[in-house]
Write a new protein. Structure first.
Length: 517
């Protein structure tokens, strides 16, 4: 329980059902505890959290049978997730609320499956389980039961052989493995609860400790806390009499570079990157500005993860637009192509927290980007509209290659065309379908590790009403980072998108593609 939404989730020959039930009942305090579960209506848990060395507080509320609220408050930022029984939602580092869908929503429901005791047939989240047997882990013996929340992914739970208490869980969020340990069990209203949890996501270098201070049973809570709040007004300046602001960009070597002014004094050229869930600055370009560092987070790239510092930015000016008081990332991004006009400073990447503020039209051919006033925006006619969802705040569309469909992110930070992720390539045996498959010596570079790649020729790529008969694709070798995703089939980049004018409209969750002049 008590997980932040980046990962931290519950994470073991058959025996008789009575044996499994007896073990599960023992894990929550025996028959007395199981009977007490039947009277549960609301569980409110509060305590302290340490996230990668930064201290804060957390609150989790479960309302039976299927509502969830999780809040993490650090000194300089907060993270919130909620589920009202139908809609899952989250609040990001900069205070924006978005609906959570797809495997991220399933991940939340996996949390709810255990924390509402649905695995004991108390809550209403569906699932199943299978007793694996007595196993040895780290030289200790445990009963392993594999649970299947929503009848989907496997969550392996290790129960202590002597006490019957849940000791360890192992779960998976896409290609991330999380190990959570549970200890310091105490009895509240005849039910055993763990008062200390430690969660580790090794590949992302994410460590979180939860220390429970209080658990209240059946405290009155309004249902409104589980509902997605109305979006708060954004903290930016847009020229009040203008319907749009246009800025000249530099489109070269597959990257869209745009000039910005940071904190009113530092001119930088930054890469537009819809594949980034946050703006991230190139650390050497801003070190002397002495921005306040408030923590660290893992930043996911094409081949793996890097640790990004969280820094507070007073202002970011693009053309006549000014964004204020943003929490962004900072890391050394030397792996990216830093060629900029007039050898000005390379500043990093502009991600979701910037692009989502305004409907944005990119005109590759004329090297112009246009930001529309969100209060008065009406799209131009004669475009091809393609709906998208957000995966970790990245636009994600349904598309197909050679007749095989999947979820593809639309990534302005991808300087290539279509990248096919390794799991999708392997699962669909595309080595037998693609033609002219070649090993290459060059690497895909970005955040995280650089990765080797293959190239190939593919046919019949479709995205909405867009159809491309033949195209070249890249296949990264890495199984880490986004290229190792089991949920995302691939990545649509600029060498494919440049054939159109493309509008990103995050508010209405749609792309609109127009014929280029």
């Amino acid at each position: 329980m008590y997980k932040i939404f980046i990962t931290i989730i519950l994470l073991v020959s058959s025996v008789t059902a009575v044996s499994i039930d007896s073990l599960l009942v023992k894990s929550i305090g025996g028959v007395k505890g199981y009977e007490a579960l039947k009277n549960l209506e609301i569980i409110t848990t509060e305590g302290t959290v340490i996230l990668n060395g930064i201290s804060g507080k957390f609150k989790q509320i479960i309302k039976m049978p299927d509502k969830l609220y999780i809040e993490i408050n650090m000194e300089d930022f907060s993270l919130i997730q909620g589920y009202d029984g139908i809609t899952a939602w989250g609040k990001d580092l900069n205070g924006s609320y978005t609906e959570i869908t797809g495997y991220e929503k399933n991940n939340m429901l996996s949390t709810l499956y255990f924390d509402s005791f649905s695995n004991l047939s108390i809550g209403s989240v569906p699932g199943a389980y299978n007793y694996i047997g007595l196993v040895n882990y780290n030289n200790d013996e445990f009963h392993q039961i594999d649970f299947y929340p929503l009848n989907l992914d496997t969550v392996s739970i290790y129960f202590d052989n002597n006490t019957g208490l849940r000791a360890i869980s192992m779960s998976k969020l896409d290609n991330l493995n999380t190990i959570t340990t549970f200890s310091d069990y105490r009895t509240i209203n005849d039910i055993l609860f763990p008062f200390y949890l430690h969660a580790t996501v090794e590949s992302a270098n994410l460590n979180t400790d939860f220390s429970v201070k209080t658990i209240q049973i059946n405290q009155k809570i309004s249902d409104s806390i589980f509902n997605m709040p109305s979006q708060k007004p954004s903290n930016f300046f847009f020229p009040p009499e203008s319907s749009k602001v246009s800025v000249n960009i530099d489109y070269k070597l597959g990257h869209l570079r745009i000039p910005v002014i940071l904190n009113g004094k530092r001119k930088l050229w930054m890469i537009l990157d819809s594949g980034a869930s946050s703006t991230i600055y190139h650390k050497p370009a801003i070190e002397d500005l002495e921005l306040k560092v408030v923590g660290t987070i893992p930043a996911k790239g094409i081949g793996g993860y890097d640790d990004a510092e969280l820094v507070r930015v007073d202002s970011l000016k693009v053309g006549e637009i000014v964004l204020k008081n943003k929490l962004n990332g900072s890391l050394n991004m030397s792996g990216l192509n830093k060629s900029t006009p007039n050898n000005d400073r390379f500043g990093g990447i502009l991600g979701y927290d910037f692009l989502s503020e305004f409907p944005t039209l990119i005109d590759y051919k004329n090297s112009i980007i246009t930001f529309y006033n969100p209060d008065s925006f009406e799209p131009l006619p004669n475009g091809i509209e393609i709906p998208f969802s957000l995966t970790m705040q990245v636009p994600t569309v349904v598309a197909s290659i050679n007749g095989i469909s999947g979820q593809f992110i639309v990534d302005l930070g991808n300087a290539f065309g279509l990248i096919i992720h390794k799991p999708f390539y392997n699962q669909n045996k595309l080595e037998n379908i693609f033609e002219n498959i070649k090993e290459t010596d060059s690497k895909l570079k970005g955040i995280g590790k650089a990765t080797l790649r293959k190239s190939a020729n593919a046919t019949d790529f479709r995205m909405g009403k867009i159809k491309i008969d033949t195209l070249k694709v890249l296949i990264p070798e890495s199984s880490g980072g986004i290229s190792g995703s089991f949920e995302i089939a691939g990545n649509i980049g600029n060498l494919l998108l440049e054939n159109y004018k493309i509008l990103f409209d995050y508010k209405n969750l749609r792309l609109i593609l127009y014929q280029s002049d």
